[in-house]
Design a protein around this ligand. Structure first.
Ligand code: NAD
Ligand code: DAU
Length: 379
């Protein structure tokens, strides 16, 4: 394998997983966890993010100071470009300007509930945006079936939701047929197919990963865990969709990012890899656990907080269960998780409670109006 990994274009690097990824590559970790500081990366990162409601440059303040604007021009290894991935001319300019040799594509509209309320942005960014990046990469790298390069790579980040919904047993493997149910998951499934088509048709070297639910610092507090933690802090209701029996498989965000980095370094071109936590929780049981960990830290008893759980109208088409078989990446690349769920959940609860200003900043902005327009006082 002779991948350059010198000038990496990371898309969506101001979001939850992308910002943790950039921190990880530069040897930084939001929670200071030593086991997530060993990427060994020596090149440059160009972070392309158009800063939707979900993008937050505060997550990258340390990176900017140590590797970006905070250092002498010639020593800079981090560059931020506020650009929409659908803007072809700007993406072409960035490939040329930084001589991009690797793309790690996180940018997406990522929240299932929002995709139900307004699918258009999901189709635009997740489908058209991914297409634009692939097409610019193919042209810039001059790839074709007759010119298959092994020094460049396009890695696409995707989700287990493309596989649909499981019953009580079984796991999604890399060969499970796609069966997406929501506008979000169908837009991600479309993008996965286009990525594969660029490999088979144009010889673009790609890898693809499908991951389960991530948790950890910097997640936008519309998603289950940060929403529940901040509502516990504020004494607000804890809205559980339906009976709360849906099952998700949870992985610590830095373990996901280590897997991505291993694939980018040594994954085989044209292959997809499932990444999972092997850690299934019914939503309601997970909430009980979060209440147990968070209540003492906010000076309330767990019994008191339990009374604020409200069962609200279910998400339309709510997938029952996700669970990933990740034996391929374990066997082929030797990847293993480093964070136990007990440790990771406690770290996460502590992080949100200790970074109230980070949460409050988000909750006080554009999001506040959006949530009250769409949910009233239900969230
Ligand atoms: P996020 O919503 O927190 O961040 C998305 C980022 O993309 C934001 O910074 C946003 O500003 C940026 N973005 C959105 N549209 C853009 C556009 N048109 N141009 C440029 N930038 C744009 O998302 P996340 O949870 O960090 O997810 C990152 C990726 O991982 C997504 O592709 C998602 O589908 C995938 N994924 C997420 C999870 C999870 O549990 N969160 C699990 C598996 C896969
Ligand atoms: O599985 C991977 C996916 O995980 C990613 O592809 C998505 O980008 C990411 O958002 C996440 O999707 P989910 O829909 O599983 O995550 P969310 O946090 O929105 O919801 C988790 C579960 O909790 C789900 O069953 C719905 C439920 N839920 C969620 C919210 C926000 C509630 O019961 N109440 C809530 O208020």
């Amino acid at each position: 394998m002779s991948r350059k990994l010198k000038n990496i274009l990371v898309t969506g690097g101001a979001g939850f997983i992308g910002s943790n990824f950039i921190n990880y590559l530069f040897g930084l970790s939001a929670t200071g966890s030593k086991e997530f500081m060993d990427s060994g990366f020596e090149g440059r990162i160009v972070n392309v993010d158009c800063l939707t409601y979900a993008g937050n440059l505060e997550n990258l303040a340390m990176v900017e100071e140590k590797f970006g604007k905070g250092v002498l021009e010639g020593e800079r290894r981090y560059f931020f470009e506020k650009v929409d991935i659908c803007d072809r001319a700007e993406i072409e300019r960035i490939f040329r300007q930084y001589d991009i040799d690797t793309v790690i594509h996180f940018a997406a509209e990522s929240h299932v509930d929002r995709s139900i309320l307004g699918p258009e942005a999901f189709i635009r960014t997740n489908v058209m945006g991914t297409f634009t990046l692939l097409d610019v990469a193919r042209n810039y790298w001059g790839c074709s079936l007759g010119n298959q390069r092994d020094d460049v790579l396009f890695h696409h980040i995707s989700t287990d939701e493309v596989y649909g919904s499981l019953g009580e047993t079984g796991y999604f493997t890399e060969t499970t047929p796609y069966d997406p149910r929501s506008p979000y998951s169908s837009s991600k499934a479309s993008s996965d197919h286009i990525v594969m088509a660029y490999y088979h048709t144009y010889g673009l070297p790609i890898t693809l990963s499908n991951c389960t639910n991530n948790y950890g610092p910097y997640q936008f507090p519309e998603k289950l865990l940060p929403l529940m933690i901040s509502n516990i802090r504020d004494g607000k209701n804890l809205p559980v969709y339906g009976e709360g029996k849906n099952i998700r498989d949870w992985i610590y965000v830095e373990d996901h990012n280590r897997a991505v980095w291993q694939i980018v370094n040594s994954g085989r071109a044209g292959e997809k890899y499932n990444i999972g936590g092997e850690n299934e929780w019914q939503n309601i049981k997970l909430l009980h656990k979060v209440i147990e960990l968070a209540s003492p830290k906010v000076g309330r008893t767990a019994d008191e907080v339990e009374k604020t759980i409200v069962h609200v109208k279910d998400r339309p088409g709510h997938d029952a269960r996700y669970a990933i078989d990740c034996s391929k990446i374990k066997k082929e690349l030797g990847w293993e998780r480093r964070m136990t769920f007990e440790q990771g959940l406690q770290l996460t609860v502590n992080w949100y409670l200790e970074h109230q200003e980070w949460v409050d900043h988000i909750l006080s902005g554009e999001y506040k109006n959006w949530i009250s327009a769409n949910y009233g006082d239900r969230k």
